[in-house]
Design a protein around this ligand. Structure first.
Ligand SMILES: *Cc1c(COP(=O)(O)O)cnc(C)c1O
Length: 432
């Protein structure tokens, strides 16, 4: 019935997550409420990890892309699973360090890292800094030579592949703010520059081709393209790069229209490609890093709301207002992201009402979904929006001075708060 193993319906017809009744959770902790299933997160990490361990003798690392959902407990879980993380800001790096995340298992990304962030990364001893552009390459070399501490880096390559959901473009995609362009020769130029710099060590290459991708083809093509580049680097510089980071971007099911994919199966094809390419070029098989974000936390999370006003405009549409909205989930307002929605206390009833779900911000565009099919509902019902574990909490805001909801972690019928709800005091904390 659902696209996530974390969800079910109990005898009362209530939606459950991780063995917990969502209606009970809503009453216990209040709404809006983010709920995440720990087992779902751990299982996703393990599926990726196993796919590498069982199929690829050169080994690799699963680096959870923590921008998808970042708070202390997530970093603890990832740490316990023996995985790595990728961070894209000083704030994410700081949060990870607060729980003692091993710095050598941190990959630091971003297209415009500040000098302070670079210094912080070097001070903590971050495993790999992924250098995005020439400005950053020289800035980092300068900082490391001044501090007298070498830094291990990757270069982010833009391989001319852009993939989103069911489409991808193979060539000509050079219009990106990220990375060194392959097509115009910048990539090779940057690699040649980096191998000559004394205060940094170029360990490998990185690429990230998009997000919410369902096809295996673009990943396979990226792996091929990057292996060909590694061969070209060896042939022109004599340097053999032995680490390859292929980024994230694996798609998840938001609605029934999204076709499920097997992350393990997808990885299998990518790893096979790396093997074939290494034989073809007579290169060692690289140590592989993948960076799934959305697919680790997305399906494991839901958001619970309480239904407020229901406004029917005959012949136009019916608006259902909830006690959250674009402040806790801006993805529909940003890019009309599709979601599956249901009434959690009527989960076993037919979804035969077409409703538009409106948030509580003073903003007409504050919608969670338009013309969604859900159970007939009244004020006081509990609404669940599914697959909100990724890019919801991490993208939340205090627009209209609305406080952020709590995050509750559930696990085999138990629940605990992992991020407290914000208070009004939090809202004015930095006001003078
Ligand atoms: C966002 C991002 C990811 C994760 O992408 P998902 O689509 O969430 O899997 C991985 N690597 C980099 C560099 C990213 O920016």
């Amino acid at each position: 019935m659902f696209f996530s193993d974390s969800l079910n319906v109990n005898e009362q017809g209530h939606l459950t997550i991780g063995g917990c009744d969502t209606v009970v959770l809503a009453h216990k902790y209040g709404t809006p409420l983010y709920v995440m299933d720990e087992t779902g997160i751990r299982n996703a990490l393990r599926e990726y990890k196993n796919s590498i361990e069982q199929n690829y003798e050169s080994g690799g690392m699963v680096a959870y892309a923590s921008k998808a959902c970042s708070f202390k407990e997530i970093y603890r879980i990832v740490m316990q699973e023996g995985c790595a993380i990728d961070v894209v800001s000083g704030g994410e790096l700081y949060t990870a360090m607060q729980v003692g995340f091993p710095a050598e298992r941190i990959y630091f990304h971003g297209n415009n890292k500040t000098e302070d962030e670079l210094k912080m990364a070097i001070k903590y001893g971050v495993g790999r800094i992924i250098v995005d552009n020439f400005n950053e390459l020289y800035k980092l070399a300068d900082i490391t030579s001044k501090i007298g501490k070498k830094s291990n880096i990757y270069l982010r390559i833009t391989p001319g592949i852009e993939a989103h959901t069911h489409e991808f473009i193979k060539t000509g995609q050079i219009d990106s703010k990220f990375g060194f362009t392959l097509e115009n020769g910048d990539a090779l130029k940057a690699i040649k520059t980096a191998v000559k710099l004394n205060s940094i060590t170029l360990k490998g290459l990185h690429c990230h081709i998009g997000s919410q991708i369902f096809d295996e083809e673009p990943f396979v093509f990226a792996a091929q393209t990057m292996m060909d580049l590694i061969a070209q680097v060896r042939d022109t510089t004599g340097v053999t790069l032995t680490e390859l980071n292929l980024g994230g971007g694996f798609g998840i099911r938001y609605t029934k229209d999204d076709k499920p994919i097997s992350f393990g199966g997808n990885m299998h094809k990518v790893l096979k490609t790396l093997e074939e390419r290494s034989v073809y070029h007579n290169l060692p098989k690289p140590f592989i890093i993948i960076e799934p974000g959305r697919s680790v936390v997305g399906p494991a999370g839901i958001t619970l709301y309480t239904v407020g006003a229901v406004k029917d405009i005959p012949g136009v549409r019916t608006y259902v207002s909830i006690d959250g909205g674009m402040t806790d989930n801006p993805r529909y307002a940003l890019y009309k992201a599709p979601y599956s929605v249901l009434i959690a206390n009527k989960a076993n009833q037919p979804a035969d009402c077409k409703m538009t779900i409106a948030g509580r911000c003073c903003e007409s565009g504050d919608l969670i979904q338009e013309d969604a099919m859900l159970q007939s509902c009244n004020s006081g019902d509990i609404m669940a929006v599914l697959a909100t574990g990724a890019y919801n909490y991490s993208m939340s805001s205090n627009y209209n001075r609305i406080t952020r909801p709590a995050v509750v972690m559930v696990n085999n019928g138990e629940s605990r708060i992992v991020v407290k709800a914000e208070s009004y005091e939090d809202i004015v904390r930095n006001d003078i």
